[in-house]
Design a protein around this ligand. Structure first.
Ligand code: UDP
Ligand code: MG
Length: 193
């Protein structure tokens, strides 16, 4: 059995327009990585042809694996299922809609190799988003940080790399209604943006 070094967790809900481009862009990065890679796609009850595209990719490239939900359970549940399934030493979560640029992945891996257990991507600007979403995000993160003792970094998403140790801890936690970027901050360990 080949040991997997890098695992990707990618939740998918009606992403038929993005899956092939995502795969191609990821693969051009994956092929340069120093270890075996798996892409784990989680179909969260898509109604379009996403699942078919995923199974086609799995047929042609065994590094692509997929899970399929019986209905739409939501993004955080899809990511949770993926985290329970993956085998790698470094686990990278990214959205399928290409808002999380795969080209940043080598930089995340570099930080992991320096000893960080969590490396999260952080937005410097939200200028591509509308004013309403920007205002919402601004207020949300400020209220969130006042409500908790945990410092949850602002303007980050789920796009991140986590070590096997951190993922094992997340998988062992009993929370069912999960806010992963909050739990990720809560577990501790050296973390960086
Ligand atoms: N997604 C999912 N289930 C859902 C909604 C979204 O698995 O019910 C996936 C979606 O395909 C994408 C990621 O979760 O890969 C983020 O979703 P979206 O882009 O809609 O979220 P936003 O960018 O607004 O945070
Ligand atoms: Mg998105």
């Amino acid at each position: 059995m080949i040991m997997v070094k890098y695992s990707f967790v990618i939740p998918i809900y009606n992403e038929e327009e993005n899956i092939i481009e995502l795969y191609n862009r990821l693969m051009s990065i994956v092929n340069d990585l120093d270890g075996q890679t798996e892409l784990v796609l989680i179909d969260d009850g898509s109604q379009d042809s996403s699942l078919k595209l995923m199974s086609d990719l799995n047929q042609k490239d065994r590094r692509v694996k997929y899970l399929s939900f019986a209905r739409n359970f939501g993004h955080q549940t899809a990511v949770t299922a993926g985290l329970n399934f993956v085998q790698g030493e470094a686990i990278i979560i990214l959205d399928a809609d290409l808002q999380d640029p795969p080209e940043l992945i080598p930089a995340l891996i570099e930080k992991w190799k320096q000893g960080y257990h969590v490396v999260y991507a952080q937005r410097i600007s939200r200028m591509q988003e509308g004013w309403f979403k920007r205002l919402n995000a601004y207020i949300f993160y400020r209220i969130l940080n006042r409500l908790t003792n945990i410092n949850i970094p602002t303007d980050t998403g789920d796009f991140c790399l986590m070590s096997r140790q951190v993922v094992d801890i997340l998988n062992s936690m009993p929370e069912t209604n999960r806010y992963i970027r909050g739990l990720r901050a809560w577990v501790g360990f050296p973390q960086t943006a």
